[in-house]
Design a protein around this ligand. Structure first.
Ligand SMILES: [Zn+2]
Ligand SMILES: [Zn+2]
Length: 344
């Protein structure tokens, strides 16, 4: 089969790789129907990630089940499924507790998941003709009928990342105002967080981004926007999100929390020299909570799918283009996108 292989900064190639073969009775082989870019893919292609080439790119998709092992009960060939980007077994203590992003059965770096090469996993990436999925019953999530594959592809990672930053907290505090500091890379996660907060009926969503095109997308969802990261904001927010990948953006998100506020940073600060100022006294006084880390994709994706299926939130305005597999490399190397969705 063929797969889009990352060979180094701005070097991508369709390469022949071995067809996947079921190696145990709990596995599945699936065929991608719609593959989406993760914000991190652009960083990888530009050569800005620590993941060493060569490896097959892509870790967000909806796929069709092609073949299952004898022990698989949850899905059958023909089913449409979301494939979470992380590998998780479903039966260890962490998986049973819902911390699926830290499955204890697989090496820590496997929980970065598909599409990250040997450091991440031996399971390959999604921009390929076929995908080999271990622990099929634990991992694969059926797509609700009527939900387009292109719409749900980002549920593997970025859509769910946006959800986890706002959804659970708005459920606890209905209507609470939300601040999102966006602006990093392609920038889909911050937009998803802001748009979902609006769909989940936050009474005020403020989205900060220097990029006029992304601000336009946020405004199309009815979100209020600001074009720069200010030193401080006049209001405080119970729920804040840092998707800025900027020290100042994170500090603003921390400083802007209200009483019992929670700030989630979805940014990955690869450079250890980035040392954001932590306003610890303000955070102590406000009883603040700071959350960062990889999502628990398998745990949280079903709630995101429910929101998509309800029709209250449509991610389509964030998608820059739907591109055929044949044009995938050209589109990725153009770097001009917030979100690309590839179809075979
Ligand atoms: Zn990702
Ligand atoms: Zn596990």
């Amino acid at each position: 089969m063929r797969a889009v292989t990352f060979l180094g900064p701005d070097r991508l190639e369709w390469r022949e790789v071995a067809d996947p073969v079921l190696a145990s009775d709990g596995e599945a082989i699936v065929r991608p129907l719609a593959v989406a870019t993760c914000d991190l893919d652009d960083v990888i292609v530009l050569g800005g990630s620590p993941f060493q080439p060569p490896f097959v790119l892509g870790h967000e998709c909806v796929a069709e089940v092609v073949e299952v092992g004898d022990g698989v009960r949850g899905v059958t060939p023909g089913d449409r499924v979301v494939v979470p980007f992380q590998i998780n077994c479903g039966v260890c203590a962490a998986c049973l507790a819902g911390r699926t992003g830290n499955c204890l059965t697989v090496p820590l770096m496997s929980t970065y998941g598909f599409g990250f090469g040997a450091q991440g996993t031996r399971w390959g990436g999604f921009l390929a003709d076929l995908i080999h999925v271990p622990y099929a019953d634990a991992m694969l999530i059926p797509v609700p009928a009527g939900l387009a594959s292109e719409t749900a592809a980002g549920a593997s990672d970025n859509l769910t990342d946006g959800f986890r930053a706002v959804g659970p907290y708005l459920a606890e505090r209905p209507g609470a105002p939300v601040l999102v500091v966006g602006g990093a890379g392609p920038g889909s996660i911050g937009l998803y967080a802001a748009a979902q907060a609006k769909a989940l009926r936050s009474e005020r969503v403020l989205y900060i981004d220097h990029d006029v095109r992304r601000r336009g997308i946020a405004e199309s969802y009815g979100v209020e926007t600001l074009d720069h990261i200010p030193d401080r904001l006049d209001s405080r927010f119970p729920i804040t999100v840092d998707s800025s990948n900027e020290a100042r953006g994170l500090t603003l998100a921390l400083e802007s929390m209200g009483r019992d506020g929670v700030c989630t940073s979805t940014s990955i600060y690869f450079d250890p020299a980035v040392r954001p100022a932590f306003p610890l006294l303000s955070m102590y006084t406000m009883n603040s909570t700071f959350v960062t880390g990889r999502i628990h994709a398998r745990r949280d994706a079903p709630r995101l799918l429910e929101l998509l299926a309800s029709g209250r939130f449509d991610p389509a305005p964030v998608t820059t283009r739907v591109v055929s597999f044949a044009d995938a490399i050209e589109a990725l190397l153009g770097h001009e996108y917030t979100k690309l969705v590839f179809t075979p």
